[in-house]
Design a protein around this ligand. Structure first.
Ligand SMILES: Nc1ncnc2c1ncn2[C@@H]1O[C@H](COP(=O)(O)OP(=O)(O)OP(=O)(O)O)[C@@H](O)[C@H]1O
Length: 278
């Protein structure tokens, strides 16, 4: 038997920065993405020719100047904002709107204030797992609430929770629907630095365990480096696109101390700050 002829080459696709990816590993594919907002002064092209491939189980952070179109891009991936041109695919399937394969965590978790933490998480779980028993759905919601450290607050009303605790519920709610992709729009932007650090650790711990793909917008360069496998830099708008991509090679699990003490840390930091300043 001619061994050579039996080897089937894994199909590959060209990605940004000329990297070639095995197509089977691509979770999220943004292809020639375009977004136009109609305004009284005429069309405003926020994004154009935006190409980005994100791999299965990858954690990608997105940075860029305020107003460049980060939230626009993320909300399009979530299916909450219409696509003006190009396409977005999850595992090769073009998205047509929101779906349980994509969970979203916003800066403000927008919980139902009159409902308990558990009821808020159950809202999504009940929708996504209608065939599970009530007990099974409760178990899922409680599991994730406990993972974010809210085991003593299942029955507390959302309105009575601190901002940090509300965001913990937001994280539990997003993971509990077991999405393939987690989309995070500055989820810790409104929190004090101690709570922020705690929630970063919780996020990474669950992400690592669930092996899902995460895409997170942040304005914080240190957060971008600490969390990511790759930091994606967007150019300033109008017609924003991917300007640069930085691979973060630190081993996981990471601690803040090990990252800060690593020789490459300041090299990465300088790269990102140079991009933002030019
Ligand atoms: N519905 C809309 N109609 C018209 N223009 C919009 C609309 N939504 C956003 N924009 C404009 O599109 C641009 C991109 O906004 P977007 O919120 O996506 O940016 P961003 O990078 O997330 O900003 P920030 O970092 O400040 O959150 C901005 O100039 C904004 O004013």
């Amino acid at each position: 038997m001619n061994l050579k002829s039996t080897i089937i080459k894994q199909p590959t696709v060209p990605g940004e920065n000329g990297i070639i990816y095995p197509s089977a590993n691509v979770m999220l594919d943004l292809n020639q993405l375009k977004k136009v907002y109609p305004t009284p002064k005429g069309d405003y092209v926020v994004l154009e020719d935006l190409n980005l491939k994100i791999m299965k189980e990858e954690f990608v952070t997105i940075i860029g100047h305020s107003g460049c179109g980060k939230t626009t891009m993320l909300s399009m991936i979530a299916g909450l904002n219409e696509i003006s041109g190009g396409s977005i695919s999850v595992l090769g399937n073009r998205i047509k709107g929101p779906g349980p394969d994509r969970g979203v965590i916003f800066q403000s978790p927008s919980l139902m204030p009159w409902m308990t933490a558990l009821q808020n998480v159950l809202l999504g779980v009940n929708q996504v797992f209608p065939d599970a028993t009530k007990a099974q759905r409760n178990d899922i919601a409680k599991y994730y609430l406990q993972k974010v450290g809210l085991e003593d607050a299942f029955h507390k009303k959302a309105a009575d929770l601190s901002q940090g605790m509300q965001q913990r519920v937001g994280i539990a709610r997003a993971f509990a629907i077991k999405p393939k992709v987690l989309l995070l729009d500055e989820p810790f932007g409104m929190l004090d630095s101690l709570t922020r650090g705690e929630l970063q650790d919780i996020l990474i711990e669950i992400w690592n365990k669930e092996k899902i793909t995460a895409v997170m917008i942040t304005h914080d360069v240190d957060e971008a480096i600490f969390l990511a496998d790759r930091v994606v830099m967007m150019t300033s708008g109008p017609k924003a696109k991917i300007g640069d991509v930085l691979n973060i090679e630190f081993e996981r699990p990471r601690t803040r101390k090990s990252v800060l003490e690593h020789d490459d840390y300041y090299k990465y930091r300088k790269h990102l700050i140079d991009f933002l300043e030019h």
